[in-house]
Design a protein around this ligand. Structure first.
Ligand code: ATP
Length: 203
């Protein structure tokens, strides 16, 4: 019997914290590309963008509680367990090993991340392993057209996914949490509870 092809989405991120923008693009990608599941992969490196450096374990746990009620969403700690620097190419190679050759991988990202792809380390290798799904994110700086052209020149696939645009970012949410502003309808309820229980982000 021939194995049915599996289609798996990978959503990497810092998830500091995970918010409804992440969950929404994962769900839209799952639906539009007939994915069997989406794997959320929290990055190991603490965000150095600002002072809210949260223990990797908490970021992972928050993703875990956020996906609890969705049987199509799973979380992987593969990047967090890896010694030394962690590259997306290693993560994709790992999943290819786990899921076998009959699996097609889709790397899901917001358009801001998509625009940065040409400068990623080992990007040419990554292009061989997966296709890309770019979810339109409000406020992305440049025209995505240039990036699409860049992919085209390499014979690689990038799919632009129209999603209900949510102007949500973890940075804004950290600001809201720190300043006692509402995050209701922006953060999953259980994630907010987790943040409260662990007294994170100044809550
Ligand atoms: P920060 O504000 O700390 O930079 P973030 O909200 O961008 O965080 P990340 O964990 O860095 O969250 O994002 C993971 C992936 O999800 C990235 O590819 C990012 O582009 C995408 N993403 C995050 N928020 C949205 C959103 N509101 N709409 C579409 N894509 C999003």
């Amino acid at each position: 019997m021939v194995d049915k092809e599996k289609r798996i989405g990978i959503l990497g991120g810092t998830f500091n914290p995970i918010h409804l923008g992440h969950l929404m693009i994962a769900e839209m990608a799952l639906e539009a590309f007939y994915l069997n599941r989406v794997i959320f992969v929290p990055a190991k490196e603490p965000p150095h963008k600002d002072t809210d450096v949260i223990d990797a374990k908490h970021r992972l746990d928050m993703v875990q509680v956020a996906v609890l009620d969705n049987p199509n969403f799973v979380v992987s700690d593969v990047e967090m367990k890896r010694d030394g620097k962690s590259y997306t190419i290693d993560t994709l190679r790992y999943f290819r090993e786990v899921y076998g050759a009959n699996t097609k991988f889709f790397f899901i990202a917001g358009t801001d991340t998509i625009q940065s792809l040409p400068s990623w380390k080992y990007i040419e290798d990554l292009l061989d392993i997966c296709e890309f799904i770019g979810a339109i994110r409000p406020g992305a700086t440049d025209d995505i057209g240039e990036t699409i052209e860049w992919f085209g020149q390499r014979g690689s696939r990038i799919h632009i996914l129209e999603v209900p645009e949510m102007k949500l970012s973890a940075t804004d949410l950290r600001y809201r949490l720190r300043h006692g502003l509402s995050t209701r309808y922006m953060l999953p309820r259980l994630v907010y509870q987790y943040i409260k229980d662990h007294k994170m982000y100044g809550v």
